[in-house]
Design a protein around this ligand. Structure first.
Ligand SMILES: [Zn+2]
Ligand SMILES: [Zn+2]
Length: 356
């Protein structure tokens, strides 16, 4: 019997540094697949996962521990790897294939999971990098081959970012109504996911994109990846200036930050009948005068990551047409702690991708 030795970078205390540890994996059984990880993207959610929860506003924090997440936690949910071992029942993937792993696993049995929305399962989530070990490791066990999408000739570091940044951006864009060339869409927050949103929207829609981010480097990158305009939300009279420049015609706003200030900017920017999609998990509380819903007839909706089919579709889309490419910041996996610090301090443009 051949055992794989996995090296993981895991934290043993909420908020603590990641430490390298070893773990023996028994041979794959049934539909299990073993990957040798080659690339793993770093998501802003990892900052919150390490802290142990999300800011729910009013001083309240959600708690991963109370929801059943156990230490140590090996994060990382944007995983590309090579298949190195398959269980006896695996048919659809073979050894040597390069695949991206779908990380948002649910219980697989409830009504939500059965309709294909495992990422929205409310019963027993088994997300890679939260409840089960993720990609900050060199070897990883996947429970079933159906969660693996072959990437063919796609650049592996880029395909890794599809598993969260990509499908999160695609999932939010899919909620937008049909848009014409005179319509504007505000993209608030141009980190890894927001920048992917700018790139995907410009590749799939005629609407003009207004990128909004306090960081001049991110605004510049957004302009280079399909945005027509870019603004600093911290400038004096931001709301008035942005609205006026867009002729009051912002049909939709996607809030990739999800903070109190960004969501309030989003609802105030959209025109009457406009749509606001809240995606980011920065945290806080949403407040709006109730009559505004009726007077502006706006719609506010949320969007959380994406489904397995979104990942398959995004891989197929990237294989069909060249998508504008967000900047990647490649680093060795051993520098995972420094990379997390840089992400917390806003020193990352685009997406960090770690390589073991
Ligand atoms: Zn993520
Ligand atoms: Zn379920």
């Amino acid at each position: 019997m051949k055992y794989h030795c996995a090296h993981r970078w895991a934290f043993n205390a909420w908020g603590g540094a990641l430490q390298e540890q070893e773990d023996a994996l028994a041979p794959a059984t049934g539909h299990e697949v073993t990957l040798r990880i080659t690339h793993c993207g770093m998501c802003h959610s990892d900052v919150h996962i390490r802290e142990g929860g999300f800011d729910m506003g009013g001083g309240k924090l959600s708690s991963l521990e109370r929801s059943g997440v156990r230490l140590p936690v090996t994060m990382g949910h944007e995983i590309v790897g090579e298949v190195v071992e398959i269980g006896p029942d695996v048919k659809d993937v073979s050894v040597g294939m390069q695949v991206v792993a779908y990380p948002w696993l649910g219980c697989g049995a409830c009504a939500v999971c059965v309709q294909g929305d495992e990422h929205l399962c409310g019963k027993a989530a088994r997300n890679l990098g939260i409840q089960v070990p993720g990609g900050y490791a060199d070897v990883l066990r996947i429970s079933h081959e159906r969660y693996l999408v072959p990437i063919g000739t796609l650049e592996p570091a880029r395909a890794a970012t599809f598993a969260c940044a990509g499908i999160t951006a695609l999932g939010a864009i899919r909620k937008l109504p049909a848009l014409g060339a005179d319509d504007y869409v505000a993209i608030i927050g141009c980190g890894g996911v927001g920048m992917t949103g700018v790139a995907l929207l410009s590749a799939t829609s005629k609407a003009k994109i207004v990128a909004i981010d306090p960081d001049p480097a991110k605004r510049e990158a957004a302009l280079a990846h399909g945005a027509s305009l870019a603004f600093d939300p911290g400038m004096a009279d931001a709301l008035k200036t942005i609205s006026k420049t867009c002729a009051g015609n912002i049909a939709a706003a996607i809030d990739f930050v999800g903070a109190e200030s960004s969501s309030s900017l989003a609802v105030n920017l959209v025109r009457r009948t406009g749509l606001v999609v809240i995606v980011g998990l920065f945290g806080g509380e949403f407040k709006m005068p109730l009559p505004m819903f009726a007077l502006k007839s706006i719609t506010i909706t949320g969007s959380y990551v994406g489904g397995l089919n979104d990942l398959r579709e995004l891989v197929a889309l990237a294989q069909r047409q060249r998508l504008p490419q967000i900047p990647l910041d490649r680093r060795p996996m051993a520098s995972v702690n420094e990379a997390l610090d840089d992400l917390i301090n806003g020193r990352v443009v685009g997406r960090v991708v770690l390589q073991p």
